[in-house]
Ligand binder design. Structure first.
Ligand SMILES: NC(=O)C1=CN([C@@H]2O[C@H](COP(=O)(O)OP(=O)(O)OC[C@H]3O[C@@H](n4cnc5c(N)ncnc54)[C@H](O)[C@@H]3O)[C@@H](O)[C@H]2O)C=CC1
Ligand SMILES: O=C([O-])CC(=O)C(=O)O
Length: 350
């Protein structure tokens, strides 16, 4: 009888910040002690093609104690679904802009896969007009609710959305360049896979630095720095460089209008977010590639290896020795990157 009463009390309870959401226990009625150690993570765009598998994988991450899922559509369904997984993180859903600030309150890490994806024939830059405004709005929410959070920005065009986020944070006086990271991990994941295929190795044994940015020729794999050390013929170098640069387009074309990479991106995003969380925890020697504020070239943002720590990207590594093929690629990458970065900055400054 008492158990039945408890169940009906629980069922009558809706999420405090969203009466449409699935019922949850209020703190008073819940027997759990709460406050489990771990990090608070928000995913903005959680109901999307990337957002859903990303939310599922983050729910499986033992470093996460609280997982906030925010979207402008379908957040209640995704939240109800994922909240039934018997892993540690407490999941809460937030629907629509009115709940953005609650979704972000007190977060340690914010992952942003919100925005429209490409269709065949489009470049990532063709997404700018829609996604620039979305990223600006979401970053304004971060300013209000979690100005110290580490931000993992996935929304394309990353080469412009990261500068947009930086300008929003600068205008609000909260910009910490170490805490804003454009996610280029999928380029590294693809590079590891394609290089392993050519070499006949297990991709888990291969590590390829990919620098520059996240679009076409701005994606510059450094095949001369592959680990384990190896060499490539000019034909292999040409094939691998192009395949890595066009990896996103390969998926867009194969999906034939149904979007771009979502599953491999969710995998890459979780790999990167996990590295950020281990850095925040104080683990030593966490190094990944990301698109960050940088003095490695004459551009204000550039993707290179960074060391992740308690403060975010605590150290930005130099490019290391490049061969002639890579030096030519670097010049091409910088030319295009400069335009994309400026476009992002101007969007906020205009
Ligand atoms: N950095 C990278 O390596 C990659 C980036 N991307 C980019 O990620 C973005 C998302 O891709 P998909 O998940 O496939 O797209 P999708 O369309 O499946 O999902 C996007 C989600 O964002 C939500 N959304 C739209 N406006 C929003 C707002 N104002 N606030 C919160 N959520 C909002 C939508 O409701 C939707 O659920 C695209 O811009 C895509 O180009 C995709 C793959 C790789
Ligand atoms: O190609 C796209 O539009 C999505 C993306 O960034 C990728 O898959 O690398």
């Amino acid at each position: 009888m008492e158990a039945n009463n408890r169940i009906s009390r629980i069922s009558a309870h809706l999420h405090p910040s969203n009466p449409q959401m699935a019922p949850i226990l209020s703190a008073a009625e819940c027997r759990a002690k709460g406050g489990a150690p771990g990090f608070k993570v928000a995913i903005l765009g959680a109901a999307g093609g990337i957002g859903q598998p990303l939310s599922m994988l983050m729910k499986m991450n033992p470093l996460v104690s609280v997982l906030h899922l925010y979207d402008v559509v379908n957040a209640p369904g995704v939240t109800a679904d994922i909240s039934h997984m018997d892993t540690g993180a407490v999941v809460r859903g937030f629907l629509g802009q009115g709940q953005l600030e609650s979704a972000l309150e007190g977060m340690d890490l914010v992952i942003i896969p919100a925005g429209v994806p490409r269709k065949p024939g489009m470049t990532r830059d063709d997404l700018f007009n829609i996604n620039a405004g979305i990223v600006r709005t979401l970053c304004q929410g971060i300013v209000k609710s979690c100005p110290n959070a580490v931000v993992n920005l996935i929304s394309n065009p990353v080469n412009s959305t990261v500068p947009i986020a930086a300008e929003v944070f600068k205008n609000a006086g909260i910009y910490d360049p170490k805490k804003l990271l454009g996610v280029t991990m999928l380029d590294v994941v693809r590079a590891n896979t394609f290089v392993a295929e050519v070499l006949g190795l297990d991709p888990r044994e291969v590590s390829v630095p990919v620098v520059g940015g996240h679009a076409g020729v701005t994606i510059l794999p450094l095949l001369s720095q592959v680990k384990p050390p190896c060499s490539f013929t000019p034909e292999e170098t040409e094939y691998l460089t192009k395949r890595i640069q066009d990896g996103g387009t390969e998926v867009v074309q194969a999906k034939a209008g149904a979007g771009s990479a979502t599953l491999s991106m969710a995998y890459a995003a979780v790999k990167f977010a996990d590295a950020c969380l281990r850095g925040l925890r104080g683990d030593a020697g966490i190094v990944e590639c990301a698109f960050v504020a940088s003095q490695v070239t004459d551009l204000p943002f550039f993707a290179t290896k960074v060391r992740l720590g308690r403060g975010g990207a605590e150290e930005v590594y130099q490019l290391g020795p490049l061969n002639e093929y890579e030096r030519v690629g670097l010049e091409k990458a910088k030319k295009e990157l400069a335009i994309s970065i400026q476009k992002g900055v101007s969007f906020i400054k205009k």
